[in-house]
Write a protein that binds this ligand. Sequence first.
Ligand code: BEZ
Length: 396
Amino acid sequence: MRATKLVVSRRGVMKGGSALAVATAVPTGWAIAQAKPLKVGLMLPYSGTYAKLGENITFAIELLLAEKGGKLGGREVQFVKVDDESKPELAPQNADRLVKRDQVDVLIGTVHSGVQMGIHKVVSESGTLTIVPNAGNVAVTRELCAKNVFRSSFTNWQPAYGMGVAAAKKGYKKSVWVTWDYAAGAESGQGFKEAFEKGGGQMLPNLTLPFPQTNFQPLLAQIPGLGVDVVGSFFAGGGAVQFVKEYAAAGIKVPLVGSGFLTEGVLGAQGAAAEGIETALHYGDGLDNPKNAAFRKAFKDKAGRDADVYAVQGYDAAQLLAVGLEAVKGNIEDEANLYKALRAAKIESPRGPISMSASQNVTQHIYLRKAQGGENKVVGIAVENLADPGTGCKLA
Ligand code: BEZ
């Protein structure tokens, strides 16, 4: 009954570390379904300011797998988890270990844009299928795009662009972007600026501090003297909790808006300080669709806390992987059909229907939300079906 065929595997070559192509006997059809577990590397932050983000992504991936009966494309899944600590300097060695030592078939990671660059360097060389479940650095799906790298989240440009559109429409005229000095902060500031200036607004130079520092007082002290009528911001995780609390405590009268991460998954900790803050994101509370209702209930049952955008992105990373593996019946070596299926994937996400852009990033609505009573309530759509421009990506 066991059928075999001979394939030349680039992935096998890389894993073996040999410079020569090798022929590998790979079982097909029924036999594939019985094959060894698929190894999935989860390279995520489980400590530091982004720890909760990494945890929620992981819970949601495990949830989707449980819903699929513990198998994707007929194969059992084995996870190999690495805490990347949101430290870019450790990223190449962590990714390299997963790819070369653990020989993962798929790498899902990560949250921090700087760490993503380290992963990207490694997987662009190894050809390992990679799904980005959060980090928004634009290069990964712009000039450095690669056929084996897909994103289930956003680019840093997307939500901030949506907020810039909304801020200009509200009639704000002059703004400043306050953020951490790394890719996510700078690129989201760029997205806000582009839309805000297109809408007639004016931006001052960014106010920044190094990631993950939280010494916000010197920045906050400058704001009243700037003459701005709105402040835009990117912070996330533990840093966002502290920034929003200190902004409110400083008694600054200028409204604070942001990329939705500013209030996402942290409203409980921010309390009254967050009340009324408007943000833009590809998810929000009160999205009324059956998938979202089922997902939120299942996530809460598993994790003991409410789902947020990070959970949604993790769930969709696993949904995307499931689509690809089902198309090739678990044979991850069938790269041509695997990538074809991933590129064409139409996914019912808790955030609404999503698809892949030509550069393998998500095309999605950017919702306008308002923090009210502990929820990021969706109050409108800032931009419908927004695709990142994918500038410089040559994937057809
Ligand atoms: C980033 O580094 O890309 C990022 C981190 C947290 C939330 C959003 C983006």
